[in-house]
Design a protein around this ligand. Sequence first.
Ligand SMILES: *[C@@H]1O[C@H](CO)[C@@H](O)[C@H](O)[C@H]1NC(C)=O
Ligand SMILES: *[C@@H]1O[C@H](CO)[C@@H](O)[C@H](O)[C@H]1NC(C)=O
Ligand SMILES: *[C@@H]1O[C@H](CO)[C@@H](O)[C@H](O)[C@H]1NC(C)=O
Ligand SMILES: *[C@@H]1O[C@H](CO)[C@@H](O)[C@H](O)[C@H]1NC(C)=O
Ligand SMILES: *[C@@H]1O[C@H](CO)[C@@H](O)[C@H](O)[C@H]1NC(C)=O
Length: 432
Amino acid sequence: MLTSKVTVVIFALIGNLARCSCWDRATNARYFDGAVFVRHKSALKTDIIRKMKIVSEIKCSQACLSENSCVSHTYCRTPSSPDKGTCYLHQNGIPEGEASVLDKKDKCIYQQYIGFTEATCTRQCNNKGKCFYDYSNKRYSCRCIPPHFGTYCEKTQAISFRFTNLGKQGNSGPTSTSGYANTTLNGRVTLDKGIQIWTVPFSAFYTLTLAGASGGNASQHGGHGAVLSGILKLNKGTRLRILIGQRGVKGTMAAGGGGGTFITEENYNLLAAAGGGGGGGGYIISNPGENGQANETGSVFGGINGLGGIVNGTHQNSAGAGGGFYGNGSCCLFITSMNACTSQKCQQGGLSFMNGGFGGTGNGNGGLGGGGAASNYFGGGGGGYSGGGVFATSLGSQAGGGGSYFIGDVRPIRGLNNGDGYVLLELKSSLK
Ligand SMILES: *[C@@H]1O[C@H](CO)[C@@H](O)[C@H](O)[C@H]1NC(C)=O
Ligand SMILES: *[C@@H]1O[C@H](CO)[C@@H](O)[C@H](O)[C@H]1NC(C)=O
Ligand SMILES: *[C@@H]1O[C@H](CO)[C@@H](O)[C@H](O)[C@H]1NC(C)=O
Ligand SMILES: *[C@@H]1O[C@H](CO)[C@@H](O)[C@H](O)[C@H]1NC(C)=O
Ligand SMILES: *[C@@H]1O[C@H](CO)[C@@H](O)[C@H](O)[C@H]1NC(C)=O
């Protein structure tokens, strides 16, 4: 610290100089609030850009202020004639807090306009950081463009954003973002009926990974969620709507389907969706739920093209199919003469993303993200881009997984997700 030994004076002349035509730092003049560091009986012997004979110290400081690269000067009186002296202009000056680098010289005075100088600041801000005058700290600083940081913006933050179900379970979404308290999402996510709204903080290529939720386990286990990954370019300020699929819930016998995980732009333009798994059946020879699908179509009487799944089979039942992006999942209206189902609306069907994405309700709710609810020993279908369907027989169910949607470089990957869904965005590289 430049402590009491350093006098900070208001150099009234500078204000006038700023309006004078010889002053060619017009754009920066406002940064010179007149504060200068003064050190008597001191000189800087190095870093000299110009040396001249000059009659007074005021002239020396005028010379420095007229010179773009000058940040400080040393003025030394000529011992034999006190009205004359030598003026030395410096372009870097001394680092803040390092007055000890000055030499002791009885006849000299050293003045530096700012601690961390404009010139060094401008030269040293990396990664498009901009030099600015920080009034509260009375010094120049680099204003960095995130994710760059550091005194000279020379460092790049390792950044990732992990969106979770925020601890919420069941067919409706989180109501509090407090679970992000200690994460990079702290204070950056708002909720709209369980859907997470987040604004992209900086333009970059991100590695996106998203996973649908698994179906609930019953005597047969639920299917796992599909996982997609790839590189996505996102622009700063873009608002995304992110729905994190939640696991299907086990009912008395069977379990609900898992929700799909969706990312859209604010205008509902879909970027990616990962299908959830079907719910486990509740009777001993039921089938496990099917996994979230690696393509757009839901499995087991699943939907196509963003529609919900349907329930079919040879046994009357009230299980719900999974919702899709556009269409709700439906239930079975059993036609005895055909020994098969036609579709009907029902509370067990998972809702489409466009209708809010709630899971169906029944005996074993579907997870948020369009999971279908279970009923009796029939599991519910998984939600996804197109919902998973259900096939029911007198022995139990086979519940399908939801479909997935992806564009560009994002692709299904081999792994499957066991649990609630998630979205992970990892900074890959800044845009040039
Ligand atoms: C955040 O960290 C604080 C301090 O370590 C801890 O008390 C708190 O429980 C954490 N909150 C969450 C949501 O993890
Ligand atoms: C559901 O069952 C599967 C397969 O047995 C298991 O891997 C998974 O951990 C179970 N999930 C829960 C939430 O118990
Ligand atoms: C989707 O994938 C499943 C298996 O994962 C396959 O049976 C089905 O034919 C595929 N559908 C389309 C439309 O490619
Ligand atoms: C339902 O299944 C029956 C056979 O079990 C089949 O004939 C019928 O086409 C199916 N309905 C639909 C809508 O796929
Ligand atoms: C889907 O379900 C919601 C909520 O019940 C309803 O408002 C909407 O009309 C349904 N959509 C279709 C196409 O049935």
